[in-house]
Design a protein around this ligand. Sequence first.
Ligand SMILES: Nc1ncnc2c1ncn2[C@@H]1O[C@H](COP(=O)(O)OP(=O)(O)OP(=O)(O)O)[C@@H](O)[C@H]1O
Ligand SMILES: [Mg+2]
Length: 259
Amino acid sequence: MTELLTVDTLSKAYSGSGRQVTALDSVSLTIAAGETLGLVGASGSGKSTLSRALLRLLEPDSGSIRFEGQDWLALHGAELRRKRARMQMVFQDPLAAFNPLASVASVLDDPLRIHAIAVRKQRPAEIATLLERVGLPSAFASRPVRTLSGGQRQRVAIARAIATRPSLLVLDEAVSALDVTVRGRILELLIKLQRERGLAYLFISHDLAVVRAISHRIAVMDAGRIVEDGPSADVVNAPRSDAARRLIAAVPRLVTEPV
Ligand SMILES: Nc1ncnc2c1ncn2[C@@H]1O[C@H](COP(=O)(O)OP(=O)(O)OP(=O)(O)O)[C@@H](O)[C@H]1O
Ligand SMILES: [Mg+2]
């Protein structure tokens, strides 16, 4: 498989109120094109800090990121804005940041316009196609965001994220707020989109059961470090780190047979 993302010894410390927190401590990982890397870890282990660093929402203190063959941290200004189309994010209820009166169409129109994916005349058709791709009727375009259920909002958020034709989606607790049934459907949608479009995912959650359901490989974070990384089945069935064992113990249904 072709390597899409390579993170090498990325570090980030937050300082404030007199103390320093090492949120990322020499984090290295890779994601191949079309692959899902699950990232699990307890609350505060540094997962969101890593996602924000990848998305260039915060500057790491040291280390490097290669994305699509480019030195990702060296991109700035217009070049960075252009390349951002290729790496998009979905987090917990991103539509909450929008004006609740905004229509689904306007939420989806922004990325199409900003990244010049489609000219004005073609955008309604493109929006209908995006909605269909995420399993929503095209009539949803005129619905105000506030009238959507949590699952429908997350479908729109995914449509928005794929609008710019990314190769990588960073999903940070993207299904965590959804109930179990809706969560399962969203995971199915993500798997379908991955098959259709060769998308790669960095799928972040504190819930190992959810991560296992979608990931080819799993990386385990603890106190800013990746303490374990391997094929999903290996990490779940034969964990090598205390952090992985703690996460497994937190999910009773993952424990198969008593030994
Ligand atoms: N802006 C900030 N300023 C200071 N410290 C921060 C900031 N953001 C995060 N931290 C600290 O950095 C560490 C990692 O936080 P981060 O949000 O990356 O963890 P996380 O794994 O995403 O946790 P969760 O599962 O709760 O989302 C924590 O100790 C957190 O308190
Ligand atoms: Mg987080």
